[in-house]
Design a protein around this ligand. Structure first.
Ligand code: CP3
Length: 352
């Protein structure tokens, strides 16, 4: 493994090296809570333009980097971005999220999907990642991300975000053969996409299985876990040294099962105490998290206490400090700034 002390902090922590302080970044750190983002959104009202025109996506990714110098800079994109490349048209609607023009519900539609060829359908990702990596150098870690098969299938089958997941669950619980074929195809294309992101400069990749927490543990083992494994196994075959993070929202009942996915790092949300998560996952598993994003609506003293509490509970190795999920759109920017400044003053070698 290419261990080098010139590697950025987050990458070193993600590999399990002992570091002076936990690296810190924030999910959804680029986005609506930032005035700079809202201003740019006026100029480019279409989400696809903001995320697919390289100069604009680069600028958005760099907005939090310039404002707060996080230890990770994440590609500005969406989990549905690769879907057109496999034959699924989509848009991302303001205030709603992904919209799928023709939801996939028949065998014929599944048969007609094509494997992702990222050089052809996602050339902008290469430009974005290469430019960002060059811009941040060794001062921060370049983070890539993808959606997991179950979560992408949920959008594509439902046609949009859902509260009940009744259409995909109807499919899963009455005639699952077609759904399994679809999940398999998605897994192979997602693995191709992760490899491409790494080849273009991503140093750590996070997979969002945001809606896998909507499944019971036994259904998670049938419809989510096997396909998470399929993605991670394929990526590890060609890119064994790139740390992979797995996120599931509402994962308190699933933590031990998430650890079976082959991920190197498990994102923990705030419904689990970090000390309990550590005990449940064992010493060898690395963790990310896990402040309630709502903490950023509290006083600075409260924010500071929660940061220190989390770091104390996570221990001094294999921890990436983060919220348990994305920063909320109405979060005060000065509290985000305070979060980063406070986190960066921590010393793991001194007592916290
Ligand atoms: O973290 C970052 O800074 C990178 C940006 C990022 C976006 N989407 C940009 C975005 C990331 C990591 C995502 C991933 C994503 N997209 C997930 C997984 C993360 C999670 O929250 O679990 C999911 C489930 C989606 C699907 C999606 N896209 C949703 C639920 C929404 C929000 C709908 C809304 O408006 O509340 C989107 C749209 C979206 N993607 C926005 C951003 C900044 C907001 C729309 C906008 O800014 O115009």
């Amino acid at each position: 493994m290419g261990v080098s002390s010139s590697d950025p902090l987050l990458l070193r922590a993600a590999r399990g090296e002992v570091v002076d302080r936990p690296p810190v970044w924030m999910m959804r750190q680029a986005g609506r809570y930032m005035k700079a983002y809202r201003d740019l959104r006026e100029k480019y009202p279409s989400f696809r333009d903001r995320s697919e025109i390289p100069e604009v996506a680069i600028e958005v990714s760099l907005q939090p980097w310039k404002a707060f110098q996080p230890d990770g800079v994440i590609l500005f994109s969406d989990i549905v971005t690769p879907l057109p490349g496999i034959g699924i048209d989509m848009d991302v609607a303001e205030g709603k999220g992904p919209i799928i023009a023709s939801p996939i519900r028949t065998q014929e539609q599944v048969d007609n999907l094509r494997p992702l060829e990222p050089e052809e359908s996602l050339p902008f990702i290469k430009t974005i990642l290469q430019s960002l990596r060059q811009e941040i150098g060794n001062k921060s870690t370049m983070l890539g991300f993808v959606g997991a098969p179950w979560t992408l299938a949920a959008y594509v089958v439902e046609g949009k975000g859902s509260k009940t997941y009744s259409i995909i669950k109807n499919m899963a619980f009455s005639d699952p053969t077609m759904l399994h074929q679809f999940l398999g195809k998605l897994a192979d294309s997602i693995a191709t996409y992760v490899r491409y992101q790494i080849d273009c400069g991503a140093q750590v990749v996070q997979m969002f299985d945001s809606w896998a927490g909507e499944l019971s543990p036994q259904d998670y083992e049938t419809f989510a876990l096997p396909y998470q494994k399929r993605v991670f196994q394929q990526v590890k075959q060609t890119h064994p040294d790139t740390p992979l993070i797995l996120l599931v929202s509402g994962s308190a009942g699933l933590l031990e099962r998430m650890a079976l996915s082959g991920a190197d790092i498990i994102n923990v949300d705030w419904t689990v105490d970090m000390a309990d998560a550590r005990a449940r996952l064992g010493k060898e598993m690395k963790v990310q998290g896990n402040l309630d994003p709502g903490v950023l609506f509290g006083s600075q003293e409260f924010i500071r206490d929660r940061i220190y509490d989390t770091v104390r509970k996570a221990g001094n190795r294999g921890h990436i400090l983060n919220l348990g999920h994305g920063v909320l759109p109405s979060t005060p920017e000065e509290n985000v700034k305070f979060f980063f400044e406070t986190a960066k003053q921590i010393s793991l070698t001194a007592a916290v």
